[in-house]
Every structure is written in C-alpha cells, then in structure tokens.
Design a protein around this ligand. Structure first.
Ligand code: ADP
Ligand code: MG
Length: 327
C-alpha cells in the first residue's frame, strides 16, 4: 500500500499499457500468456537492491533500463526470445519525477526487445526492484551444461568497464572524466546480448551471461559441463575495454584483473566446436560484436590461465558472491 498518489493510480499511470501478445496484462489477479505450440517458456528473475546493486542517486531512467537489461541478459544466455515481464517494486515514497524517468528507461528497452510488462506488485518500503522475465525457446535452449572437450571458449564484447566505473564511483580509484563517462555508461546502461543469444542457438554447445566476473562465471559453466579449460592471457587482450585506455597508464597492471574478476558486464560466454568458427565470424559481423576466442575446453576440471611463456597465472576465483566477503 502506498499513500499520496495511491497504489492503483500509480500502477495505472506508470505501469499499465495495452497488452500486445499477452492474452491479459495488468489489472486482473493474473496475467495470461499463451505459449505457441512447440515452444517452452524460459523464465528468470533478478532483484536490484538500493545500496547493493545501485547507488541511491542513480539516474532513474538508467535504473529502469538496467533492471530489465539484467533480466533480458539471462534470456539471451539461454537463446530465448523475450516475451513479457513482471515488475515487483518497493518504493520509499511516490516520487513522480523518479517514476516517470524509471518507467521511460524501462519501457524504452522493453519496446526495443518486444517484451511487454504484464503485471507486478507495488508496495511501500526501501527501494527494491524485482523483475521476472518470460521468454520463448523452441527446443534449442542454450544451457551451461553442454560444453564438450575440444570445443572453443568464446566471450562477446569487452569486459571490465562496469567494474572500473564502480571502483571510481566508490572513490577507490581516479579516472579521467571521459574514461569515467565511458565506463559508467557500461555500468548503468548494459545492452543485453539478445540477438547474439538467438543467433547462437544450434551452434553453441553451452552459454551463460557474464554478470559476476569472468573467472567465476566460466567456472560455473565448466562445472555444469563436467569439463575444464585453458586460456592464454594474450587471448584476453581484445576483451580489455576502458581499463586498457592509453590515456590512463595507472591501470595497465590491473586491467586484466578487471576483466577476470569484475562484474556487471552482461556479455555472453559460450563454447562451440571448431566447425562453428565461420558461422560465428558472420554472427559477429551481423551483431556488431567482437566474439573473442579465449581458450579451449579440456577434460581436466577447472580454469587454467597461462602467460606467453606457458607459465600458469593465478586465477584464484575472485568472482562475486553476496554472502562471501571479497578477498
Ligand atoms: P493482487 O492484490 O491481486 O496481487 P495488486 O492489487 O497487487 O493485485 O495489483 C493489481 C494489478 O496491478 C495486478 O494485475 C498486478 O499484476 C498489477 N501490478 C501491480 N504492481 C505493478 C507494477 N509495478 N507493474 C505492473 N503491474 C503491476
Ligand atoms: Mg488479487
């Protein structure tokens, strides 16, 4: 229950739109989705908590974008086409300027992916945003568990910028203004790789999105597949984003750390047999994303990182875990 404007006025004003594909949207006790014959629903849920996942003063339009983006990223990782989402929202108070910015960012991304808001819950409380997305797969969902010995290991785009921005915003390092703006954009406006996920169906043997740091996330994929991998440090160079910028020599040594252990990247990591190489090249061109081959899948469990001399580098998983303090 929210006082002031009133819970139902707020829902009607900011979160109600005519359903397009759903049989029933906002307004009844349930929404109704009609799965097409031969399809499965792919479902994922992500919660964003103030102070934990975003700063209290973050631009509400960016927050609306990101709240949905992190969920669409999970659909992308499964090769699912976005259909609809629900929004559970706890708000400290009714702030109309915040609500209009938030809903603008949310719906801009939703519209770009044909994903409609079909329901939710609204309550008074510390700012908390929980979205559940529904997507569609056709028997070709990409899973974490399909990597095979001999497959190549790939990552899309660049990693580390979001983590770099977060460190700067926390005052732990200083960045030139233009570099901070670039990195901050990646932190606040991640672009879910939905088109890539769809294109990888039937081609990738396993996939996941990179949200908690490359080393930890790839560790999950390797474990789910019962395999391991070796990666050459040099192969990670194309993944460096702002942290490799020549204008900022301060970070050269740490750049790899940001790539390996940073979070909030929302790129896709996936495996594919060597025979998929040409098709992947075309997909990279079509999606405008660099697809970097960073290693190969082996039977020996775990992720190994080697330098140019073949020496093992320490990848002691510094991935993110909400209930374990960072090392
Ligand atoms: P109920 O009491 O049956 O759970 P509510 O009174 O909480 O339903 O909500 C009324 C309608 O508004 C429902 O259709 C619900 O899905 C929708 N709704 C509530 N909050 C939101 C929101 N933040 N975004 C979209 N729809 C919402
Ligand atoms: Mg009800």
């Amino acid at each position: 229950m929210l006082a002031a404007m009133g819970e139902f006025d707020l829902i009607a004003r900011y979160f109600t739109r005519q359903p397009q594909r759903a049989l029933l949207g906002v307004g009844d006790d349930c929404a109704l989705l009609q799965p097409r014959p031969g399809t499965q629903l792919a479902i994922s849920c992500d919660m964003l908590v103030e102070g934990r996942h975003f700063f209290a003063d973050v631009n509400p339009e960016s927050l609306g974008h990101k709240a949905l983006a992190v969920n669409l990223s999970d659909l992308a990782a499964c090769g699912a086409r976005p259909l609809a989402f629900t929004l559970a929202l706890a708000l400290p108070a009714v702030d109309e300027s915040w609500l209009s910015g938030f809903s603008r960012g949310l719906f801009a991304l939703a519209d770009a992916h044909g994903c409609e808001l079909i329901g939710g819950d609204t309550t008074q409380g510390p700012l908390n945003i929980c979205i559940t997305v529904f997507g569609e797969t056709q028997g070709q969902a990409l899973l974490r568990s399909g990597a095979q010995v001999g497959d190549d290991l790939y990552v899309s785009g660049q990693l580390g910028d979001a983590h770099l921005a977060l460190q700067a915003l926390l005052g732990k390092l200083t960045l030139p203004a233009d570099l901070l703006a670039q990195a901050r954009y990646r932190l606040e406006r991640p672009e879910p790789r939905v088109a890539l996920g769809l294109a990888l169906r039937g081609l990738a043997s396993a996939a996941m999105d990179v949200s908690d740091g490359l080393v930890g996330d790839i560790g999950h994929l390797l474990k789910a597949s019962g395999v391991g991998a070796t990666s050459q440090a040099a192969a990670l160079a194309p993944l460096l984003g702002a942290s490799a910028h020549p204008a900022w020599p301060g970070l050269k040594q740490q750049a790899l750390d940001h790539v390996l252990a940073g979070g909030d990247d929302y790129e896709l990591a996936f495996t594919a047999p060597a025979s998929a190489g040409d098709a992947l090249h075309r997909i990279g061109e079509q999606t405008g994303l660099r697809l970097s081959r960073i290693g190969c899948i082996e039977a020996e469990p775990g992720l190994r990182l080697r330098d140019a001399q073949g020496q093992a580098l320490d990848v002691a998983a510094r991935s993110f875990d909400h209930f374990r303090p960072a090392s």
